[in-house]
Design a protein around this ligand. Structure first.
Ligand code: GAL
Length: 843
């Protein structure tokens, strides 16, 4: 080779090496460019979904992952939950629901990728945002800022996880499934608040992460100044407006919120599938190439893992897979159809930036082309009220309000975000065993007393500093001497006890009797108890049971958050006027007697004498209940109906199902909700006036065939005979389909040349395996109104709407019916746009 040429090649090589080390590693199999994440040299449109491994059981994981795959996902995203993995400093736990390596290997087996959000701050409505509570007590610590002790602990845990992944060869660069990692979580807004130390910390976190050499890119979400090579990404209900901080980074959406979390006392949020699909299509048409659904399966906050405070035990999130792992329809199916439509456009989408044309005031076309002539178009109608008739490339298209049509060949619509082709399902909870209720035994948890294992100070103590979060419960006890000449003893106007607490719930016992209860809420965890109390002449004991309901998971300065009775505590209406009790002698007891005895476990529960038969306590506060039961036959997911209970905890075979609180009713406005228009977390709510959470998931794998131990601890007083084991099933399924509604299947038939005429859509109805369609609840071809569960006839209705379903569907597990007038005995109203609405019962 000539010297000149050699020199040129050498120069080129140096250039490539410099560029590679700057943007990302070219030798690694995962890198990125301005358009997309690049895997093995290929730009990819990646659809991802969050499944947090400890929010389900290892036995559920394969099925959840499989359903995610069938739903069209390429990637599973999860946080890593530090406090689950390091419950005590240096003592690690990676078993059971916390077996991270097993979870990742299962994702790999299914042929999907992993996005590992190491954090180690998670947020996630998880207790203390994922931080171990012991971290608070590391001397000199200040969380999530430029602080030596914090950075040392964070680096140690991050390295622990990265090294573990490397040792198991789980990074894509090693042949594993992990294609992306995340450091920190939504730190941008915090950094803004903290200023210079925040900036220094963000930079340090980025460098520390990149220095670990995982061979795959790192992201930082909501971090506008994420330093190279880290990609800054967007979280939110919509992210189409977002651009990364450098032109050579891809546009990524790490949290597309599929719904929202439920808090005790809150109504249950849901997000219509049409709007979720619209937000995703918007993101793609604006050049986005990575979308992660947060959550794809939300699952359950078992044990004491929920954050908040006041986050409910269910973390269902209105996700495409419901809390129990069943398909949430039509959301799951509508997104599956969307993913298929998007994937048909993939070659055009990754080729370059779209050309945008206006099609009207609120209408646009986004057109992607490859140099080989492929073309894909997205037609949008942003108008949330009106249909739009648009013309694009000399053809006419009808766009429903707030919707996007996808045309993988720039000609035929295969999908519109507001036209749901997938079936809807109404779920039901039915008794798992008929006729037999639980036969309970009870044990009375006496209010704490001075001779318990307790300690004394002359002031009020902060709760978390006292319990270290080893228990939700902390007793505060003090004595009050009442002079026999106190006026109230005669008048009967009891003095008022005022207790100010930083949260989260409080029961007040006077001389062993429950005198009242107060609690805060997600919006304000603080509470004030202010009530007349029945005191007698002589010495009275005031025992305050302060209860934590999950530690906060978001906000600055984790190390400074408080809970418990901080005071003042005072009595008003005595002869002397007001007596301040805050600075007198207080005696403390951490946790419940039943906790110390492990009454929830098989061995512990036999350590005390339980009341039986007619002696079983009812409507009595601080009561433990236990019973034994056999596992119901079948495979349907199980739950406990706790609606007749107040507040407490429930365990099965020693494992905690979580906190229950059906006594706290959901407030909010649950009026009808239209999919069209901007979504926000309070827009669409259900359950108003009812328990925020009535049913509590019982994982099948926690049960033995016989003799399962169910233990309940009730704080308020409830009726245990109302507790029931139920199974979750599909109750009915619906289809709601317009004539001429585009479908991908029809387009494929036409594109393959097999059919050369316009095709009608079909209504597909399918009960769960093992079920059959037993009756037709509703069917109307014409202009029916309403939604699945409450369809009604409109002004136009084909009289033979039911016949075809009666004939072809009854007795079948599934059936399909074409949406053509002939199927229903002819066109009931020519020249009107018609649709078919049908609901069939599954049993
Ligand atoms: C995000 C956060 C998530 C989760 C979500 C709300 O801001 O990153 O971890 O908390 O909000 O569900």
């Amino acid at each position: 080779m000539e010297m000149g040429l050699k020199l040129l090649m050498l120069k080129l090589l140096v250039l490539v090496v410099v560029l590679c080390s700057w943007v990302s590693s070219c030798t690694a199999s995962v890198s990125y460019d301005s358009k997309a994440i690049v895997i093995n040299g290929q730009r990819r449109i990646l659809i991802s979904g969050s499944i947090h491994y400890p929010r389900s059981t290892p036995e559920m994981w394969p099925d959840l992952i499989q359903k995610a795959k069938e739903g069209g996902l390429d990637v599973i995203q999860t946080y890593v939950f530090w406090n689950g993995h390091e419950p005590q400093p240096g003592k690690y736990y990676f078993e059971g629901r916390f077996d991270l390596v097993n979870f990742i290997k299962l994702v790999k087996q299914a042929g999907l990728y992993v996005h590992l959000r190491i954090g180690p701050y998670a947020c996630a409505e998880w207790n203390f945002g994922g931080f171990p509570v012991w971290l608070k007590y590391v001397p000199g610590i200040s969380f999530r800022t430029d602080n030596g002790p914090f950075k040392a602990a964070m680096q140690k845990f991050t390295m622990k996880i990265v090294n573990m992944m490397k040792a198991e060869r789980l990074y894509e660069s090693q042949g594993g499934p992990i294609i992306l990692s995340q450091i920190e979580n939504e730190y941008g807004p915090m950094e803004y608040e903290l200023g210079a130390p925040g900036q220094a910390y963000a930079k340090w976190a980025a460098q520390m992460a990149v220095g670990l050499g995982t061979g795959v890119p790192w992201v930082m979400c909501k971090q506008d100044d994420a330093p190279d090579p880290i990609i800054n990404t967007c979280n939110g209900f919509y992210c189409d407006y977002f651009s990364p901080n450098k032109a050579y980074k891809p546009k990524m959406w790490t949290e597309a919120w599929t719904g929202w979390y439920t808090a005790f006392a809150g109504a249950v949020p849901y997000r219509p599938a049409e709007d979720l699909a619209f937000s995703v299509a918007r993101f793609i048409q604006k050049g986005g190439s990575f979308i992660n659904y947060y959550m794809y399966h939300g699952g359950t906050n078992f044990g004491r893992t929920s954050g908040g405070p006041f986050i409910a035990t269910s973390y269902d999130y209105d996700a495409p897979l419901d809390e129990y792992g069943l398909l949430r329809q039509p959301k799951w199916g509508h997104l599956k159809d969307l993913h298929r439509a998007i994937k048909l456009c993939e070659p055009a989408l990754v080729s370059g930036d779209p050309t945008v044309f206006s099609l009207g005031n609120n209408q646009e076309a986004h057109v992607f082309k490859t140099k080989f002539g492929a073309c894909a178009a997205f037609l949008t109608n942003h108008d949330s009220k009106s249909f739009a008739k648009v013309s694009f490339a000399n053809l006419h298209y009808n766009l429903p309000p707030w919707s996007i049509s996808i045309l993988p060949d720039c000609k035929n619509t295969v999908y519109n975000t507001a036209r749901v082709g997938a079936q809807s399902a109404q779920m039901k909870m039915i008794p798992a065993v008929y006729g037999i209720g639980f036969s309970w035994q009870s044990f009375n948890e006496e209010p704490a007393s001075y001779n318990d294992n307790s300690f004394t100070t002359a002031r009020l103590l902060e709760q978390i500093n006292t319990t270290w979060d080893m228990s939700d419960y902390l007793w505060y006890m003090t004595d009050v001497k009442i002079d026999p000449y106190e006026g109230f003893l005669k008048s009967g106007n009891y003095p008022v006890l005022t207790v100010l607490s930083a949260g989260h719930a409080l029961h007040v016992f006077i001389n062993g009797q429950l005198s009242g209860t107060a609690y805060g809420s997600l919006e304000d965890p603080r509470l004030t108890f202010n009530q007349g109390v029945n005191l007698r002449a002589g010495v009275n004991t005031i025992a305050l049971l302060s209860i934590a309901v999950g530690l906060p998971n978001v906000g600055p300065h984790f190390e400074t958050w408080n809970a418990g009775v901080l005071g003042p505590v005072s009595l008003n209406g005595l002869n002397e006027g007001r007596r301040d009790l805050s600075w007198q002698k207080w005696t403390y007891k951490i946790g419940l007697k039943g906790e110390a005895l492990s009454l929830h476990s098989l061995s512990g529960s036999s350590s005390v004498e339980w009341a039986q038969g007619s002696f079983v306590a009812q409507k009595q506060p601080l009561t433990w209940y236990k019973t034994a039961f056999n596992a119901p036959v079948g495979t349907e997911p199980l739950a406990l109906d706790m609606n007749t209970m107040g507040k407490g905890n429930v365990w099965i075979n020693g494992k905690s199902i979580g906190r229950y609180w059906p006594g706290y009713k959901a407030t909010g406005s649950c009026s009808a909700c239209n999919y069209a228009g901007w979504f926000y977390e309070k827009k669409c709510l259900s359950n108003c006036g009812e328990a925020s959470q009535r049913w509590y998931h019982v994982p099948r794998s926690w049960l033995y065939p016989m003799g399962n131990l169910l233990v309940v601890f009730e704080e308020w007083g409830g009726n245990p005979y109302g507790i029931a084991l139920v199974k979750r099933q599909v109750g009915s399924v619906c289809a709601d389909i317009f004539e001429w509604q585009p479908t991908l299947v029809n387009w494929q038939l036409q594109a393959s040349g097999k059919v050369n005429r316009p095709l009608r859509p079909k209504a597909h109805l399918s009960c769960s395996p093992g079920q059959k369609i037993s009756s037709i609840k509703f069917a109307s071809f014409g202009t029916p109104e309403g939604v699945c569960g409450s369809f009604r006839q409109g002004s136009c209705h084909a009289f033979h709407s039911y016949d075809i379903f009666e004939k072809y569907c009854i007795g079948q597990q599934s059936c399909s019916v074409p949406v053509v007038p002939e199927a229903f005995g002819g066109d009931p109203c020519p020249s009107v746009m018609k649709k078919l609405s049908v609901e069939v019962i599954c049993s």
